[in-house]
Design a protein around this ligand. Sequence first.
Ligand code: UTP
Length: 293
Amino acid sequence: MSRKITKAVFPVAGLGTRSLPATKAVAKEMLPIVDKPLIQYAVEEAIAAGVETMIFVTGRNKNSIPDHFDKSYELEKELEKSGKTELLKMLRGLLPPHVSCAFIRQTEALGLGHAVHCAKPLVGDEPFAVILPDDMIEDGGRGCLQQMVEVFDDQQCSILGVERVDPKETHKYGIVEHNEISSRVGRLQSIVEKPRPEVAPSNIAVVGRYILTPAIFKKIETTGRGAGGEIQLTDAIAALMQDEQVLSYEFEGRRYDCGSKFGFLLANVEYGLLHPEIGSEFSAYLKQRCENL
Ligand code: UTP
């Protein structure tokens, strides 16, 4: 019987040191791109891909994430009283009624692999998606996870979202080597975390989108600390590859690394230009500003 992806894990327990001081007291995932927090974009991408259960792996300073998805009675009452029906509708639409949220804690930030393993009791024995909200992917309507779910529906195996990066930047990513099956899909041959450019097997980098089979949990359990002293998801995937087919998928769309200050700024500019309310005013401002640089 073919399996469906109905659960997504959002590992959001990282410390966000690259975005300090903004992230000293505020969760990185709550930083806004124009007027919506990063985590909201990530959840919308999952909903568009057919996910119904959102599992957040949280840590210290992340209480604003459950708050964001909670019903806000006082605020809704105030908006109702003042007749702000459009705002009220928008607020109520943040999470459709068929979608539920679950939260579990990673008590120590021991790495992405460890964070994903924390979700095991909630995921159970099912294939699931993983979305890293700080990797924002803008697409022409078919979200990155939706594209990957379509491949999963056909192939029923683990799939990693990948993109080609500047060869000088391989030390920032998990890097794969694959055999091309079609223009966007490859069969993984090897994967290594953050290799220096001189030893990287390619410039094909894993981004923050994964579909994983539940066999990954056992692999994480036997994965020791890797790059940076953390329990790396990449190392567990390298072990999984020995037992099962793992695919790479070059998504359609543009990624913004919002965990870096530069990527965060780019995303705000691009989404600002696309924004229905402020896009044209912002575009006029930018044109004028660029003339005076
Ligand atoms: P990052 O590598 O971006 O780390 O984690 P970080 O701590 O969030 O940010 P920097 O590098 O210090 O600025 C990638 C993803 O894995 C999650 C993060 O929340 C982010 O979504 N993560 C990482 C965890 O949930 N737990 C961890 O122990 C490590």
